[in-house]
Design a protein around this ligand. Sequence first.
Ligand SMILES: [Fe+2]
Length: 135
Amino acid sequence: MEIITWTKSFSVGVKEMDDQHKKLIAMINRLIEEQHTLTEPETIAELLTGMTDYALEHFRAEEYLMSEYGYENQARQVKSHEEFIARTMDFMSSTEIGPNILSKALLEYLKSWLVGHILNEDMQYKAFFAHKGVS
Ligand SMILES: [Fe+2]
């Protein structure tokens, strides 16, 4: 599985959000890169928990910015963020996969969700924040 490469096309025009997206991408990339060498359940659980904790922190910051400026699609964003956390938690506790196992399905989900979310949903606020003078 290829890692995610952040390019200019990922930029939402707000530096703090771009920086947080880059960090989240780096955390998911680490899981992709080390998927075959990570065997210690505790380490996998730690990395996944660290990633979801950071995602929550990022979502909070993003939603705060949206509410500060009255972004009209905030409710949809909140729903989407909640779904990501819930789905990731489901993967982590799935008895089918087994706890603490880095499955291909989980990695594919993390990667496609984040890329799709940034490029489709977050990109929709780019013009909005630019218009408000937020960069
Ligand atoms: Fe978002």
